[in-house]
Design a protein. Structure first.
Length: 350
């Protein structure tokens, strides 16, 4: 766990020499207990995690409640109240912090079937951020918050933190949400789409032909040889990903390809454009409108990847179900022929 000052440039607090980021604590990783079942072990690990958070952040809780005298840059001494502003982490870490289920949103109460969709004004009530007091009240009244709110009914270390709303701490960041999240998904969907239409080898050959230029990491391996991408590689390859997809899909042969190829390219272009806009240091009304427009286009065109968006478990179950259905069809005895079918067969044989 690292502690950083939020109102300084990222190049400063990420530099080791500037000491803008300090190591606060090393969180324990408990060993797997063979004597406990999965549910009991999950509960034990979560309680241990939040017990450590309670111990580490105990001093900050007191200063956030009572305040502390700090020397300001203008030479005056003022009473300040340092609080937790945000918690930068990936999605599993956010679920661990908020004790949220993996299939629910750590911030709002959006239904499971609407996660990942572009929600408009009519779903404003489901996008409301949870409140710690409401969750704690429901637990005390004996409600099943795990089914209704998607929160596990365990003690959270940040529920009673002064001037902090727990479910407002997880925020969207470029690295975990866009590069390691959305961009990783779109690359996997696109590679499956290209494999289906026999264009993956062409895309792979194009991937190795990009020349070097400042700010771009030249690929040393083919696209198919890379098993895991890093953040710097995602930032670099996002600049040429749409170009490689456009070149691989330039040959339209069938009617289906004439309809699906432009939609695939539109989806990739909209997401990459949205991610590039997020890197701007400041935004205007024009850039925000463009981001909203690209996000809407992405959600409208992502239906072309619907068959590739299923999880591993869903794809495995579908394959097993299809195999069982084919075996049942083979095991069925042939249906008896009717009189008309017998007459036609005799005429053909004669």
């Amino acid at each position: 766990m690292y502690l950083q000052i939020g109102n300084i440039p990222s190049t400063t607090h990420c530099s080791l020499s500037q000491e803008g980021s300090i190591l606060l604590a090393l969180l324990p990783i408990p060993h797997k207990a063979k004597s406990l079942d999965n549910k009991t072990e999950t509960c034990h690990n979560a309680l241990l995690y939040h017990s450590v958070l309670n111990l580490v952040l105990s001093s900050l809780r007191e200063t956030a409640r009572d305040g502390v005298q700090l020397d300001c840059a203008d030479g005056w001494t003022r009473r300040c109240f340092p609080i937790l502003q945000t918690w930068i982490a990936d999605f599993p870490e956010q679920c661990k912090l908020t004790l949220c289920k993996q299939n629910r949103c750590p911030r709002c109460i959006v239904p499971i079937r609407l996660r990942g969709e572009y929600l408009k004004d009519e779903h404003a009530a489901t996008l409301a951020i949870r409140e710690s007091c409401d969750v704690w009240r429901c637990i005390k009244e004996g409600e099943d918050v795990e089914d209704t709110l998607g929160v596990k009914p365990w003690q959270n270390a940040l529920w009673y933190f002064p001037r902090v709303e727990l479910y407002d701490l997880p925020r969207t960041d470029i690295l975990h949400t866009f590069l390691l999240g959305m961009l990783d998904h779109i690359m996997n969907w696109t590679s499956a789409f290209l494999r289906k239409h026999h264009c993956l080898q062409l895309f792979d050959s194009i991937w190795r032909t990009f020349p070097p230029y400042p700010g771009f990491i030249v690929p040393t391996r083919t696209f198919l040889q890379v098993k895991q991408w890093q953040g710097d590689e995602f930032r670099s390859f996002a600049k040429v990903f749409v170009i490689a997809v456009a070149l691989a899909l330039r040959n339209l042969k069938t009617e289906i390809e004439r309809e699906d190829f432009p939609t695939c390219l539109q989806c990739c272009h909209s997401l990459i454009s949205f991610i590039q806009y997020t890197h701007l240091s400041r935004h205007t009304l024009t850039t925000l409108c463009l981001m909203e427009e690209h996000l809407l286009r992405f959600h409208e065109s992502k239906k072309v990847f619907l068959e590739f968006r299923a999880g591993v478990k869903a794809r495995t179950e579908a394959a097993e179900l299809g195999r069982d259905m084919r075996m049942e069809e083979k095991a069925k005895p042939p249906a008896p022929m009717s009189c008309t079918q017998k007459q036609v067969r005799q005429q053909l044989l004669s």
